[in-house]
Design a protein around this ligand. Structure first.
Ligand code: ZN
Length: 260
């Protein structure tokens, strides 16, 4: 099965779990963990897509590939993303502490902002389900480059900068709507969910699949589910605990509790 952004996980949820020897935590983070860093979420009251209807279409792969104007507007939207100058906040740092305690099994993120790595989380433990915005990739030859270089070319007057190797269409190394997730990254995320004793979902509305389905994978395999989010989610009924406090306060407290 090829996992597609926006569709549910299928048969991959029923694999047997690995044996457990320690109390391990897997964390799933969404846009809500980065709002304290000045990056608005997507669907909240001040969300990017709430305030700018139509922006979502700039990140639809079919529209992107078909229309140079969409690509140009997409690059301009990338450049406006406040993540470029953002710094990690207390919640990101709390997850670094969790790792230093030896308790972090995996850090699965829907965010493309690279703030977990910037905070100090080990790149080996961070699973970027939706890719990242720092790198660009050619859809024809797969060559990787820097998004910053593409944006420099846009600033210099190229509306639709092309791959310097083959001339193919260039995009950020993010998973757009309608695009498959990287199967290796998703498999690693499913394994991290299965092997967790505690699964913490932070700052995610749990409405985007297959990421949201990881909660169910974890619970089916015996994990305790904790949800830290301001608003209700479709998985609240599976949670052992719901935390509604601001993430920047709630997550450091939760990590301190898990570390005891
Ligand atoms: Zn290329």
């Amino acid at each position: 099965m090829v996992p597609i952004l926006g569709r549910s996980l299928g048969a991959t949820v029923d694999q047997p779990a690995a044996p457990r020897s320690r109390r391990l935590v897997t964390v799933l983070t969404g846009a809500g963990i980065s709002t304290d860093s000045g990056i608005p979420d997507f669907r909240g009251p001040n969300g990017l897509w709430t305030k700018n209807p139509g922006t979502e279409k700039l990140f639809d792969i079919d529209a992107y590939l078909a229309d140079p104007e969409v690509r140009h507007r997409s690059w301009l939207a990338r450049r406006r993303n406040p993540a470029w100058g953002a710094e990690p906040n207390a919640a990101h740092r709390a997850l670094v502490d969790l790792e230093h305690q030896g308790l972090l099994r995996g850090l699965v993120t829907q965010n493309i902002d690279r703030l977990h790595q910037k905070a100090g989380s080990s790149p080996d433990l961070v699973l970027e389900l939706h890719g990242n915005m720092v790198e660009a990739v050619c859809v024809s030859c797969g060559a990787r480059s820097r998004t910053a270089d593409a944006l420099d070319r846009v600033d210099a007057g190229e509306a639709d900068p092309r791959c310097l190797v083959c001339g193919g269409i260039l995009k950020t190394a993010t998973v757009m709507f309608g695009q498959p997730l990287d199967p290796a990254v998703l498999d690693a995320a499913v394994l991290a969910a299965m092997e967790a004793d505690v699964f913490v979902a932070v700052g995610t509305s749990l409405t985007v699949h297959p990421a949201a389905g990881l909660c169910e994978v974890a619970v089916r395999n015996g994990a305790e589910l904790l949800i830290v989010n301001a608003d209700p989610t479709p998985y609240d009924h599976l949670a052992a605990r719901l935390v509604r406090e601001p993430i920047g306060v709630a997550l450091p407290a939760l990590v301190a509790e898990l570390s005891r």
